[in-house]
Write a protein that binds this ligand. Structure first.
Ligand SMILES: Cc1cc2nc3c(=O)[nH]c(=O)nc-3n(C[C@H](O)[C@H](O)[C@H](O)COP(=O)(O)OP(=O)(O)OC[C@H]3O[C@@H](n4cnc5c(N)ncnc54)[C@H](O)[C@@H]3O)c2cc1C
Length: 599
């Protein structure tokens, strides 16, 4: 197979908030840098930053503070976040929102006095979520995209990164092999610094919210290289994904928490409200609790026709609902449901991965030359991500990555010679589905295998877990892995061969599903997004450890590493006047805290 070769100072993989901010910051640091942005989808149209509805957490109000934002993040994350990363998130969010407004040109909603309007989100002790109506992501990504277009950044759209290539002298990363999806052409891009910003995405679950281009490719590449992934058992489920049946991509998309915040009911298949039997807060309990309540109703068979539960709003008055939630009403109507006047079937849906690669405050990974930012990274959120901290995370650390990579390239101005044998092996691996089976034995049921994977993750390593289930799930994942090796792609045309890319997607998803299962088996307590039915209690906060999974010779290794409480210990608070360990729900609400709501 022929491969085209290119050189660039900085290669950025992914064009969400992390990738685009990195490109702009690196250009700002040194306009002479040659920067290439390579994206599996289209710039400005792919990934989840564009899908952000609710908004962006930032402590701007004089009554709020960095300390308060930080304590909410630590308490929400159940003391599992890396405190220095979480602190950086809260401090830099202030800088970044000003950049977004004053340099990038975003318009966010404002109060009458001209200050930014900030709304309430769940798990936060202050109304600190800046937003543009309920389409915040589109505002952010469109303006960022325009700036990047104007900034002389090379753009490789519909290019899928498949392998990190080491230097032949072992000194670090030499470059990346990609496939041009449009032609099937392989490209090797030599780079002095590379940013991994491919956005992870728990799309291996039966119901999920992220964009379909996200299949954990970046995580799989970093795992394959030997880097450690932390907190991978922490997969956040949003309680109310639309359930429109298997034939619509709308199934799994989020119906926002504001519906329950406004007084919406959850009803089981028999039409009974059930949340009060799981939590006194009923439908307004936190995401993890509501997801578990719904999941249990489903498990007990008290479901709707399609196997979920109902959300009902009509008792609030159809006109009021229509006025307050026009986007949600339209989304449901498009799928044949009447949200304002009737009932809509919903199901918990995999939304966000708190886990990811271990990385430093400067976004450097353990591999010299490789940086990481956004949802590909672990440690910022711990056991739970607060609504509004996701897009803050990707833009804050994306910007830092741009600064760091510019400095790194200045200090390391030479390309590293690649290990050619790894490039050859990368191409052979990608070609495998075309080459290992011939004639009638080519082909196979890729869609069926994907369905099996989704069901396995949902049933065995999903919202509620136990040892027997996780073990069974891991065994099934090994069978899925073997099954994929036995499936070929019959159509040998490499151009826009989506079956080939489905095959590659599944490979990444199965690889990372195994990591999720391995970490879930090791964590024998229940915290945030991770609930073990056989270990329902939260372990000692003082002894908090995070899971760290790496791969060597195809085997996964797991370590439990102690969380360093570098800024605050359980039982302490950074907020004046707060006593004891603030856990979610216990933080004192200052006077302009509104009840409820999230993205
Ligand atoms: C429906 C929804 C609503 C949300 N609402 C909110 C909210 O209100 N507030 C909030 O804070 N967070 C929210 N989030 C979370 C937030 O969107 C993400 O945390 C954040 O945007 C991730 O940014 P990112 O830059 O890491 O990745 P993304 O924006 O997801 O971008 C990933 C990029 O990587 C590319 N890519 C993937 N694989 C490859 C590959 N192999 N090679 C090259 N490129 C690749 C993709 O094409 C894409 O361009 C929401 C998420 C969803 C799904």
């Amino acid at each position: 197979m022929m491969i085209e070769r290119h050189e660039t100072d900085i290669l950025i993989l992914g064009s969400g908030g992390a990738g685009l901010f990195a490109a702009l910051h690196a250009k700002q640091a040194n306009p002479d840098l040659d920067i290439t942005l390579a994206v599996k989808g289209l710039i400005g149209k792919s990934g989840c930053t564009r899908m952000v509805q609710g908004g962006y957490n930032v402590a701007l109000n004089p009554g709020d503070s960095i300390e308060r934002h930080f304590m909410d993040t630590i308490a929400g994350g159940k003391w599992l976040p890396d405190q220095d990363l979480a602190w950086t998130l809260c401090v830099k969010a202030v800088e970044r929102i000003q950049e977004l407004e004053n340099e990038i040109g975003c318009f966010f909603d404002r109060n009458d006095d001209g200050t930014l309007h900030q709304k309430a989100f769940a798990g936060q002790s202050f109304d600190r979520t800046a937003h543009k109506s309920d389409l915040t992501g589109i505002e952010i990504i469109n303006r960022l995209m325009e700036k990047v277009w104007a900034a002389q950044v090379r753009r490789l759209e519909e290019h899928r990164a498949i392998k990190l290539i080491p230097a032949k002298d072992g000194s670090g990363l030499a470059g990346v092999v990609l496939i041009d999806i449009r032609t099937g052409q392989y490209r090797y891009i030599a780079a002095k610094a590379v940013l991994m910003a491919t956005g992870a995405g728990p799309t291996m679950y039966l119901y999920h919210t992220p964009s379909g281009d996200k299949t954990c490719d970046g995580l799989a590449m970093m795992l394959d290289y030997g880097l450690s992934l932390r907190d991978m058992e922490m997969v956040q489920f949003h309680p109310t994904g639309l359930l429109g049946g298997p034939d619509t991509r709308m199934t799994g998309t989020v119906l926002e928490e504001g519906l329950r915040g406004a007084g919406g009911y959850l009803l089981n298949g028999a039409g009974e409200r059930f949340m009060a039997s799981y939590d006194p807060a009923g439908e307004r309990a936190t995401r993890d609790i509501v997801s578990r309540g719904i999941f249990n109703e489903m498990r007990e068979g008290r479901t709707t026709a399609m196997g979920g539960v109902y959300i009902a709003m009509s008792h609030l008055g159809p006109e009021k609902v229509e006025k307050a939630f026009p986007g949600m009403v339209k989304r449901c109507r498009d799928c044949g449901f009447d949200l304002a006047g009737g009932r809509v079937e919903v199901v918990p849906t995999a939304h966000y991965m708190m886990g990811g690669v271990e990385f430093g405050l400067d976004t450097a990974t353990a591999l010299p030359g490789l940086f990481a930012a956004g949802e590909d990274c672990g440690g910022v959120h711990g056991a739970n991500r607060l609504g509004g901290n996701g897009v803050a995370n990707s833009t804050v650390f994306g910007g830092i990555a741009g600064d760091s990579m510019a400095a790194f390239v200045k200090a390391n101005p030479h390309y590293r010679d690649p290990d050619e044998s790894v490039i050859d092996a990368a191409i052979a691996e990608a070609e495998y589905p075309f080459t290992h089976l011939t004639g009638n034995s080519a082909g196979g049921d890729i869609a069926g295998l994907r369905d099996d994977l989704a069901q396995t993750m949902w049933d065995d390593i999903g919202i509620m877990r136990d040892k027997a289930g996780i073990r069974a799930g891991l065994e099934t994942l090994r069978q899925h892995e073997a099954a994929l090796e036995g499936i070929g792609v019959a159509d040998g045309n490499r151009a826009f061969n989506l079956t080939w890319h489905d095959w590659l997607n599944l490979k990444s998803l199965i690889s990372i599903s195994k990591v999720i299962g391995t970490a879930a088996l090791a964590r024998e307590d229940s915290r945030g997004a991770h609930f073990r039915e056989d270990f329902p209690a939260t372990g000692s906060l003082e002894e908090t450890r995070f899971t760290s999974v790496s791969q060597q010779d195809g085997q996964l290794n797991l370590a439990m590493k102690k969380v360093a409480f570098t800024r605050v210990k359980p039982g302490q608070s950074l907020i004046d006047g707060d006593v004891g360990a603030p856990t979610q729900g216990q933080i004192k609400a200052p006077k302009n805290k509104t009840q409820v709501v999230a993205e």
